[in-house]
Design a binder for this molecule. Structure first.
Ligand SMILES: Cc1cc2nc3c(=O)[nH]c(=O)nc-3n(C[C@H](O)[C@H](O)[C@H](O)COP(=O)(O)O)c2cc1C
Length: 329
């Protein structure tokens, strides 16, 4: 997929997920072959006026490139300044959030609110386009009613403003995650535009990714929730697309390795205290569907140190993997 000057290795994309797609999570997706990873959404105000805490969200490593960084906001000048900061941080693509429908975001006229205010959307896109030379993308929902008319209008406007690609999650702003994503809106936008269109919504297994490609004609497939507990899904999708067996079968041993790697990366990236607090919920995702998962979840809920987390993962491995039984010191 070619997004402006950036060419990705393949059509798979990790969705922006607030509080989740930080550097350690993006690395897992990348190691599984994901073509393009997205940061979680970052406040433009936070970047321009905020503390170094927001800037930490821009941390990246060469291994995960190309990286797309998503910003949100509603002030054209602040959005342009924030986009410049993103560009200066070394990101490859800047993405603007047109989809978030959380109350606090809507109240500030950001996210999905932009889909019902085309004049403001245009001012933001023109201002950001002028400010950066790296590719610019947007991520939208269907709009505020199910027909997808607003999505089409915003998509056309975006192309006109020099946006290089558009991701479409075809649920309405009021729909949250209920019901199903209406992929026909992805098809309609693909037909109407010349820039790449990335389809998103309800891809839970590799066959669905290929069905989205063939049914909608989209250029890329973005995966969100299904990648949270199983970042290997990107390799599974690519394997299916190329008719080869998955390189890294997401078996129990593999998941244990992944959990240890994720723990290690998270502690290095966030510091032990914050990482351990995060691990209490995050590590639970990885054991979904595995044997004795309940026991592990109960134990990890109170984890307070990297050493303890490592021990709990190894102890858990001992209960499900014959090869791991005698390795715990
Ligand atoms: C926990 C969570 C956090 C999300 N954060 C963002 C975000 O920061 N920016 C954004 O554009 N979309 C965000 N989304 C929406 C996803 O990117 C994606 O559009 C949605 O989950 C549908 O894709 P899926 O069916 O593959 O999960 C979030 C979704 C979830 C579940």
């Amino acid at each position: 997929m070619k997004i402006g000057s950036i060419e990705t290795d393949n059509f798979t994309v990790l969705a922006p997920l607030a509080g989740i797609t930080n550097l350690p999570m993006r690395r897992l997706a990348k190691r599984a072959g994901c073509g393009l990873v997205n940061s979680e959404m970052i406040s433009s105000n936070g970047l321009v006026y905020g503390s170094g805490k927001t800037e930490l969200l821009l941390d990246s490593t060469p291994e995960e490139k190309p990286l797309s960084v998503q910003i949100f906001g509603s002030n054209p000048q602040i959005m342009a300044d924030a986009a410049r900061i993103v560009q200066d941080s070394g990101a490859d693509i800047v993405d603007i959030n047109f989809g978030c429908s959380v109350k606090k975001i809507l109240k500030s006229n950001s996210g999905s609110a932009l889909m019902k205010d085309p004049p403001l959307a245009r001012r933001i896109l023109e201002s950001v386009r002028r400010a950066v030379s790296i590719p610019l993308t947007i991520k939208i929902r269907s709009g505020w009613e199910p027909s997808g008319k607003q999505a089409l209008q915003i998509a056309r406007l975006a192309e006109d403003c020099g946006v290089n690609a558009i991701s479409v999650h075809p649920r309405t702003a009021t729909q949250g995650f209920r019901g199903t994503a209406d992929w026909s809106i992805i098809s309609a936008i693909k037909k109407a535009l010349t820039i790449p269109v990335i389809g998103n919504g309800d891809v839970t297994v590799p066959t669905e990714a290929l069905r989205m490609l063939s049914e909608t004609g989209c250029d890329g497939v973005m995966v969100g929730r299904a990648a949270i507990g199983n970042p290997m899904i990107f390799d599974e999708i690519l394997a299916l697309a190329h008719g080869r067996p998955p390189k890294k079968v997401a078996d129990d041993a593999q998941r244990i390795e992944m959990m240890l790697g994720y723990l290690h990366d998270s502690v290095r990236y966030l510091g032990e205290k914050t990482a351990c607090r995060m691990m209490r919920s995050r590590l639970c995702w990885f054991v979904k569907g595995m044997r004795n998962a309940g026991q592990f979840r109960n134990a990890i809920r109170f984890v307070a140190s990297e050493k303890e987390a490592r021990q709990l993962i190894r102890q858990y491995a001992g209960t499900i993997l014959p090869s791991a039984r005698n390795t715990e010191p």
